[in-house]
Design a protein around this ligand. Structure first.
Ligand SMILES: [Zn+2]
Ligand SMILES: [Zn+2]
Length: 392
């Protein structure tokens, strides 16, 4: 009898469907929906979403691509699937990141917990305070987003009183999703750190990345560059800067701040709050390399004696736009030394075709980054492909 009753509820549509707020995260909306039903998120999902519900507390709901679950939420809320998908971080796939059925977020997206970059779910206390209905934004999970451009404060990654991280599935039922699950303190009361004037350049960086993502392209040298290429390059530059010690970065206004922070991070083991600040400065440096394009990047290469290998070794997902730009700025010194794979050549051919450019031995070599007639491996692969599939 009890079982039948539960099944009946499991088939039931949601009674109340809160309006999705601008840029809202799926988990934020679902927790609000649960609270509107007078239930905690855990109780709500086990009751209404049945089997799948029990697992929800253990997965990263905002990143996981689970068609069945998305369909179920659409069916229960009677909202179109596109509305549900819009709240998922997966809707940024192809613009902010790519991933082949990956289970964990790529570098551009914060994991729920990652001690290298932040603690828990990040938020702007002032946004929560000024919201009519407090809710959590998607952009707070982007790695480049470390401060709120609107309120000019650093974002916060834990409760201001007990320092516990924010977890929706543990939150007690309340009038809003704005209370620490551990100590009950109103997260809206968390006092954020104000951004002072010298750091406004770094805030400009966040705005630049944000508006590019919104538009779908960035403008460099008067040319429109696809956002995905810029964010993939962001990841490479970010890692490069982080691993290079004592580098020079001409005209970058916050270099002293970054150096001081690095020294501090080494001295003390306490990384509390410093990680968001470190990310904030790293993002600003990456932004700096994209400005005045390609001049700032050129001086960075020259001043630090960087080679082609420094920009390519160990990096995955290098967009052709990146390789092509690099080829112009730091030519490969040894034209015959590098192994060139067949997939690299095929990729270059596809890239040219997609951009309606002529496919020739020379144009393909230019993208791959080798000499079109001297590099034996390339010549062999290219001609083999021409013969095999008449690609040209
Ligand atoms: Zn804010
Ligand atoms: Zn707390």
């Amino acid at each position: 009898m009890y079982k039948r009753n539960r099944e009946w509820i499991a088939n039931y549509k949601f009674h109340i469907v809160p309006k999705i707020l601008p840029d809202e995260l799926l988990s934020s909306w679902l927790t609000r929906t649960a609270f509107a039903h007078g239930r905690t998120l855990s109780l709500f999902t086990t009751t209404y979403i049945k089997n799948e519900g029990a697992n929800l507390s253990r997965i990263d709901l905002d990143f996981r691509y689970d068609e069945q679950l998305l369909n179920l939420l659409s069916n229960k809320s009677q909202l179109p699937i596109s509305e549900i998908l819009k709240m998922s971080l997966r809707s940024e796939e192809g613009y902010l990141f790519t991933c082949n059925e990956c289970l964990y977020p790529p570098k551009q997206i914060r994991k729920l917990l990652d001690k290298r970059t932040h603690f828990g779910l990040i938020f702007c206390p002032v946004c929560l305070r000024t919201d009519k209905v407090p809710y959590f934004r998607k952009q707070w999970r982007y790695l480049f987003y470390n401060a709120c451009p609107k309120h000019q404060v650093y974002l916060v990654d834990r409760c201001g009183k007990c320092f516990e991280r924010v977890r929706f599935h543990k939150m007690a039922l309340n009038d809003a999703i704005a209370y620490c699950h551990n100590c009950g303190r109103d997260l809206r009361k968390t006092r954020p750190k104000k951004i002072n004037e010298i750091h406004l350049y770094a805030l400009e960086a966040i705005r630049w990345f944000e508006s590019g993502l919104k538009n779908g392209y960035f403008t460099l040298q008067g040319m429109q560059v696809h956002t995905l290429w810029i964010f993939q390059t962001y990841t490479i530059f970010y890692a490069l800067i982080k691993s290079t010690k004592k580098f020079k970065l001409r005209n970058f206004p916050l270099l002293t701040e970054y150096r001081e922070l690095q020294a501090k991070l080494q001295r003390y083991n306490s990384k509390k709050a410093s990680l968001i600040y470190e990310n904030f400065l790293l993002t600003a440096m990456v932004y700096h390399l994209f400005q005045n394009f390609p001049k700032n990047l050129q001086s960075f290469i020259k001043d630090n004696n960087l080679t082609h290998r420094d920009f390519t070794h160990g990096f995955k997902n290098m967009p052709f736009w990146y390789l092509k730009t690099l080829e112009e700025l730091v030519p490969v010194q040894n034209k015959t030394g590098r192994d060139i794979s067949e997939s690299e050549v095929i990729g270059a051919i596809n890239y040219l075709k997609q951009n309606n450019q002529k496919v020739t031995q020379q144009s393909v070599a230019e993208i791959v980054g080798c000499h079109f007639s001297i590099h034996k491996g390339f010549v062999k692969t290219y001609q083999f492909l021409v013969k095999k599939s008449k690609i040209v």
